[in-house]
Design a protein around this ligand. Structure first.
Ligand code: NAP
Length: 283
């Protein structure tokens, strides 16, 4: 049976450090602030935003929520972002995605000042990740790297396979593993012989969005399996990995819930602290 990688425990350790960092800044007279913008009434987005607010409050980060009606115009949203970009007490700005269809997501992301882009979605920060010189990393891949480090799993020289090539998970995940000297393959819906490619992996990251997608026959004995998926199977939250059968083969595995999910919020808090430090001339 594999070792369970406990995202709740690791995220608590990360958050503890963030709380200490926030307190240290406070002792220097510096506040740490995160603005969270939500447009419309998407129920999942509302839950995410509420969780982020709760996490901020627990760590001493000042959170400002901007809940805008679904009919908010592009100009109104851009004007708010411009105000927040120039507001000294706000160190991080996050615009919860997805946005209502009439809004241009790309233009909104590009409008957030790269120094305050704690989601690391702005092309400036994406480019910095490519060259390995970055302050912010998208929270989910950043959380996975933190988990691997905490567990003493070094990607160097290992075969790493990422299933999924989204801008927020798959692609940055591949880059981070590469920066840690993993030999990386990124798979997607057009990949041929997916099971065979996955079976080569020492570290397998599943970010597909399909319940029970990764089965035991796709996993090498002793592999580390990271499950990013957040799916509903008969109403029950589950990942992309058929946990029970894969856990018998893997050396270590993340559960869903309680794996990657809690790490994502913890890394948002960490990015917000980093933003506050940088904006105040601290390393
Ligand atoms: P996404 O943008 O929908 O990307 C899914 C990726 O999976 C795409 O690259 C797609 O390939 C690939 N894919 C789909 N079917 C495939 C198949 N049959 N074989 C191989 N690849 C296939 O999703 P995402 O935003 O990256 O999220 C992925 C999952 O992680 C979702 O369940 C999401 O809810 C979850 N998630 C969790 C967290 C967390 O905090 N735990 C954070 C973010 C996301 P193509 O590019 O070819 O279409």
């Amino acid at each position: 049976m594999s070792k369970l990688i406990d995202g709740k425990a690791i995220s608590a350790a990360v958050k503890q450090k963030v709380a200490e960092g926030v307190a240290e800044l406070k002792s220097k007279g510096i506040t740490t602030g995160l603005a969270v913008i939500i447009v419309g009434e998407d129920p999942a987005s509302k839950i995410y935003v509420a969780n982020k607010k709760k996490a901020c409050e627990a760590l001493g980060i000042i959170s400002q929520e901007y809940a805008l009606p679904a009919e908010t115009t592009q100009e109104e949203l851009l004007a708010l972002i411009d105000t927040l970009n120039n507001e000294k007490s706000i160190n991080g700005i996050l615009c919860q995605l997805p946005l209502p269809r009439h809004l241009d997501e790309k233009a909104i992301i590009n409008a957030i000042s790269p120094e305050k882009d704690v989601d690391a979605f702005h092309p400036h920060n994406v480019g910095r990740i490519m060259i390995g010189d970055y302050d912010f990393v998208p929270c989910t891949p950043a959380g996975i790297m933190e988990m691997l480090e905490y567990e003493g799993i070094d990607p160097a020289g290992k075969t790493c396979v990422v299933i999924g090539r989204s801008n927020i998970v798959g692609k940055p995940m591949g880059m981070l593993l590469l920066h840690k000297n993993g030999t990386v393959t990124i798979c997607h819906s057009r990949t041929q012989n997916l099971a065979e490619v996955c079976r080569r992996a020492d570290i397998l990251v599943a970010a597909v969005g399909k319940a029970n997608f990764v089965t035991a026959d796709m996993v090498k004995d002793g592999a580390v399996v990271i499950d990013v998926g957040m799916n509903r199977d008969n109403g029950k939250l589950c990942g992309d990995v058929a946990f029970d059968e894969v856990a018998k083969k893997a050396s270590a595995i993340t559960p869903v819930p309680g794996g990657v999910g809690p790490m994502t919020i913890a890394m948002l808090m960490k990015n917000t602290l980093t933003a506050a430090r940088r904006q105040n001339g601290l390393n």
